[in-house]
Design a binder for this molecule. Structure first.
Ligand code: SAM
Length: 201
């Protein structure tokens, strides 16, 4: 029996929909989750740290700003950022079950946006002010770098890539590699997780 990862499309996996809750200050959110998706039982700590740091650094954003959530899972990052900042979001993943949940969560939380299938940026046509990702470490370094380095082709001028990585999962070596194409800063550190903002040089 091969090891199942959260990013594999296993349609045989029994569905057991559950609802997870989260609040950003006084704004409540609900997320449908299921077996076979990342953080199925509990919103991920690193994802919370990332989105909260992102929001705290973007108190005033232009209304027409757009954000892309890469490897969106059930949509936590994009949906929270989109709702709090009142901006348009797009969300992509390769996991069909996660995308289906994400579509339902977009409606449930009344945000402006769409979710669609894409392997990294393969089906992404637009450019964005913001790209946000909690990258799929377990998919391997090549995929992580494809997502992080590939962001520069989908950022508008002055656009920003935001991501989170644990120090035990290569935060420092990834930062070093990304410095070849971005100005990279650490905006938060907690429990071994680093939140990075990368801007094109
Ligand atoms: C660490 S999880 C983060 C999920 C969600 N953003 C969150 O914060 O809860 C990484 C996500 O990346 C997705 N993924 C894996 N490989 C991918 C690829 N090549 N292209 C797009 N998404 C991918 C996985 O299916 C998973 O949903």
């Amino acid at each position: 029996m091969p090891l199942e990862h959260y990013f594999t499309n296993n349609t045989n996996l029994k569905s057991e929909i559950r609802t997870l809750t989260y609040s950003y200050k006084n704004t409540p959110f609900e997320f449908f989750s299921d077996n076979g998706v990342f953080a199925k039982n509990k919103i991920d700590y690193a994802s919370k740290l990332l989105v909260e740091t992102f929001i705290e650094n973007h108190k005033e954003v232009a209304k027409q700003s757009t954000l892309l959530d890469v490897g969106c899972g059930y949509g936590f990052l994009g949906i929270v950022a989109g709702k709090i900042l009142n901006i348009n979001i797009e969300l992509v993943d390769i996991n069909k079950r996660a995308l289906h949940l994400c579509e339902r969560n977009i409606k449930l939380n009344e945000v402006k946006g769409k979710a669609y299938e894409s392997n990294a940026y393969e089906c992404v046509k637009n450019k964005y002010e913001y790209i946000i990702t909690n990258p799929p470490i377990r998919a391997g370094k090549n995929t992580v770098l494809e997502i992080l380095k590939g962001a520069k082709n989908h950022l508008l001028d002055n656009g920003e890539l935001w991501f989170v990585i644990n120090k035990d999962q290569g935060a420092k070596s990834t930062e070093k590699l990304l410095k070849e194409c971005y100005n990279v800063e650490v905006l938060a550190k907690s429990k071994g997780f680093y939140v990075f903002r990368a801007k094109i040089n």
